[in-house]
Design a protein around this ligand. Structure first.
Ligand code: UT7
Length: 333
């Protein structure tokens, strides 16, 4: 029986900083409202002249490879989590493979589980390593959400939240368990509570012809914020407890919790419920907003570079988002 552990973390965010003040010039919102309700002070939005989901992922990968002391050709599988691929198809996994100069050499798998996508990807990579099929698996969470936002007062409950960026983790076969367990859930009843409807396939032919589309609102992110918030707080707690119970650990054993960065109030609620000290929870939503599948690997990469993850630490990852999907992972560093 093989185990897997994370040997390298990296991230990349676009250069363009979008402040709350800037958004307040485009819609009816204020810095005070955004900070109080979400904790977000600024986020990064892509520059179409230079950023793609795949090339941001490549930059995050290079950082992770360097930190792991590995090279591109050591990677033998790519798992790419994104709900905002560069093309409607193919997915961004193959584009990243090309960016890394690994064309035709390794397989690339795409995962569309929104904010839980990175943990789903980690779980898939862990299974492939445990079976002995692969030795070094690259797991990516990368998104460009900004171009699907309704940047007007009508869309202000999502426009102020989402940001762009990419994070990477390299999982490697190991003698001792690094990934202790992963826990994945979904409930499709709530699919339309947070979604982008188009370009969906199940429409009359005419509705999929761009020249005939008069109303493009179905191409924008729609979220029932209150409903998502309510479910998030419940599911985060459940899935963290499930991970602790599976490993016979207690909440006090968590060295660092890295929650999906959805809303600072959600992270603070979980911290309070688990009675964790500030140094046991990592948040960077203040600077990047909610970057969907990228948020956990960006946060992990920053936490690692700030010395917040040390050998033998117990790391807990947890996420909730569109689907609904939710997931957790416990990791012994
Ligand atoms: O990552 C995937 C998971 N996503 C999440 O977990 C997000 C969960 N939801 C949230 O974070 C919050 O629901 C939001 C931040 C989206 C909204 O915060 P809220 O405290 O739930 O506000 P609300 O939706 O209850 O709206 C309260 C008021 C409304 O005005 P009225 O009807 O009371 O007059 C909104 O129209 O706030 C208004 N509002 C805004 N005002 C200023 C909504 N967005 C904004 C805005 N600026 N950006």
């Amino acid at each position: 029986m093989y185990h897997s552990k994370i040997v390298g973390l990296g991230h990349h965010v676009p250069d363009t900083v979008i402040t709350n003040q800037y958004l307040s010039n485009l819609m009816e919102t204020t810095d005070e409202w955004i900070v109080e309700r979400t904790g977000i002070k600024e986020r990064r939005w892509m520059n179409p002249a230079q950023d793609t989901v795949a090339n941001m992922a490549a930059k995050a990968t290079h950082m992770a490879l360097q930190r792991a002391n590995l090279k591109e050709t050591d990677i033998d599988f790519i798992v790419f989590a994104t709900i905002t691929p560069d093309y409607f198809f193919p997915g961004s996994g193959v584009l990243l493979q090309r960016e890394l100069g690994l064309d035709g050499k390794i397989a690339a798998l795409d995962i569309r589980n929104a904010c839980s996508g990175f943990i789903y990807g980690l779980s898939v990579a862990d299974q492939f390593i445990k079976t002995g099929m692969y030795k070094n698996v690259l797991v990516i969470g990368a998104e460009i959400q900004s171009t699907a936002l309704d940047i007007s007062t009508r869309g202000r409950n999502t426009a102020v939240i989402f940001g762009d960026g990419a994070g990477a983790a390299i999982l490697q076969q190991s003698d001792k368990p690094g990934i202790l367990s992963t826990h994945l859930h979904s409930d499709g009843k709530f699919a339309e509570e947070l979604y982008v409807k188009d370009p969906g396939s199940s429409r009359p032919h005419a509705e999929r012809q761009p020249e005939q589309i008069l109303d493009t609102t179905t191409y924008k992110v729609v979220m029932n914020g209150n409903q998502v918030f309510k479910h998030a707080t419940t599911r985060f707690m459940e899935v963290i407890q499930e991970a602790l119970d599976t490993n016979h650990l207690k909440k006090e054993d968590i060295s660092l919790l890295v929650p999906h960065q959805a809303n600072l109030r959600i992270s603070q609620y979980i911290q309070h419920k688990l009675a964790l000290r500030d140094e046991q929870v990592f948040n960077n939503i203040q600077h990047y907003g909610n970057t969907t599948a990228a948020s956990i690997p960006i946060a992990m990469s920053e936490a690692w570079s700030q010395g917040r993850i040390k050998e033998n630490d117990v790391l807990c990852l947890a996420a909730f988002g569109s689907g609904f999907t939710w997931a957790s992972a416990l990791i012994r560093w």
